[in-house]
Design a binder for this molecule. Structure first.
Ligand SMILES: Nc1ncnc2c1ncn2[C@@H]1O[C@H](COP(=O)(O)OP(=O)(O)OP(=O)(O)O)[C@@H](O)[C@H]1O
Ligand code: SF4
Ligand SMILES: [Mg+2]
Length: 382
């Protein structure tokens, strides 16, 4: 358990950058972008939140690898553990009594496990190595502080001198497509539209050119046109800056358009992980197949929309067996005694490794290669 990790409220934007104490100063980390290294290695991450109903296992055995410059999508229904998992990438936990096990390593900067770092060290990594773009732009900025000051604060001590800092703030706001940024510095958040606020939050996140951006549903609160603009902006920044990106969404069509690889989460677990093209063309978990089948373009105009019947289980007191069983059209008796594990697809010649592998948490994954698409329609139950 990571007793020293701060609770969820820690990464207020203004707090993100801390000037280290003299005794904490260490040499600047080597920039992993220069070497194309593994940037992030999540191993068997478990986040368990004590509640009145019992321990909520919000992330349960998540294992992921992300390389420099990669865009990883994390997709799943509400409550599947996307946000809890992503916040753990920054060393955050939802409540002070939350238990965390497993490791979240950033090998290229010598961080073996961010979940056990004390808050002082975390603050030095936030903004500089990893930054988060929050879900709701309307509530993520301080309403009584000027936009320019909030962006300037995110620069930390990377730019010195009032004029130089002002120039850098203007440059950042221009980079994220805010029109006439020099005239917006004195504005307050309530004078900005949702899209402008989200651009400002992205400017704050990239202020110190972090190696990893974690964007938790960055477009959910925005209308469709602005959503496309913000996604386009994130991708162009990711390409221009060489940043790695973890993009969280409940919408598979969004992540499949922009991500190199996709992790599908269900009830606190990654149930499938693959490169995007493989995931879409050859999904090997019934839940992923059902998600693809439920995409608007998956049915003819005169057909009813496909839905996934039932609801995910509460994340309390779950055993080792398949959590999707109650909703699965391929469920059979043997599933009820199979302790789930992430299987590597096509591993007959030895397990695939690293970011190229295709993994599924279904004991019938190999059979799915030849299985027809999911057929459940609105209202049908297994
Ligand atoms: N502070 C908290 N206290 C108690 N339970 C929590 C807390 N934060 C998250 N949870 C629980 O952890 C589980 C995972 O939540 P999480 O927010 O990660 O889901 P999500 O996949 O991000 O959902 P959404 O798509 O709605 O954002 C849920 O069951 C949620 O109720
Ligand atoms: S293990 Fe069984 S119940 Fe679970 S997803 Fe696979 S087929 Fe369905
Ligand atoms: Mg969430």
């Amino acid at each position: 358990m990571s007793a020293g990790a701060p609770m969820d409220s820690a990464p207020l934007l203004g707090e993100r950058v801390g000037v280290p104490d003299a005794d904490e100063v260490v040499p600047a980390p080597a920039d992993p972008r220069e070497r194309g290294d593994v940037l992030l290695q999540v191993s068997d991450l478990r986040v368990s939140i004590p509640t009145a109903a019992g321990q909520v296992h919000a992330a349960d055995g998540v294992t992921l690898t992300l390389r420099q410059g990669e865009v990883l999508g994390v997709v799943g229904e509400t409550g599947s553990g996307k946000s809890v998992t992503c916040r753990a990438l920054l060393g955050l936990r939802p409540t002070p009594r939350t238990e965390v096990s497993g490791t979240v390593a950033y090998p290229s900067i010598g961080v073996e496990d961010i979940t056990v770092l004390p808050s002082k060290r975390l603050r030095r990594l936030w903004g500089r190595h990893v930054a988060m773009i929050p879900q709701n732009p309307m509530t993520s900025l301080d309403p009584v502080r000027r936009i320019g000051d909030q962006v300037a604060e995110a620069l930390g001590d990377t730019v010195h001198g009032k004029a130089a800092r002002r120039e850098r703030v203007i440059e950042l706001l221009r980079q994220v497509g805010l029109p006439a940024p020099e005239r917006r510095l004195d504005a307050f958040p309530h004078q900005f539209s949702g899209g402008m606020l989200q651009r400002t939050l992205i400017a704050i996140a990239i202020a110190q050119n972090p190696a990893l951006l974690v964007a938790d549903e960055p477009t959910t609160a925005l209308d469709v046109l602005i959503q496309d603009q913000i996604l386009g902006l994130l991708l162009s920044l990711q390409r221009d800056l060489g940043t790695s990106l973890v993009l969280v969404s409940h919408d598979l069509s969004v992540v499949s358009q922009v991500c190199d690889r996709v992790a599908v989460m269900y009830a606190g677990q990654v149930v499938e992980l693959a490169d995007t093209a493989t995931l879409l063309s050859s999904p090997r978990h019934p839940y992923t197949r059902a998600l693809i089948g439920a995409l608007p373009g998956a049915v003819a105009r005169d057909e009813p929309l496909r839905v996934i019947p039932g609801a995910p289980p509460p994340l309390v007191g779950l055993g080792p067996t398949c959590r999707f069983a109650a909703r699965c059209e391929l469920h059979e008796e043997a599933c009820d005694t199979w302790a789930t594990e992430l299987l590597t697809i096509g591993s007959a010649g030895g397990p695939a490794t690293g970011t190229a592998s295709h993994q599924s948490r279904c004991r019938r994954a190999d059979e799915l290669a030849a299985a027809p698409p999911t057929t459940q329609h609105q209202g049908e139950q297994r």
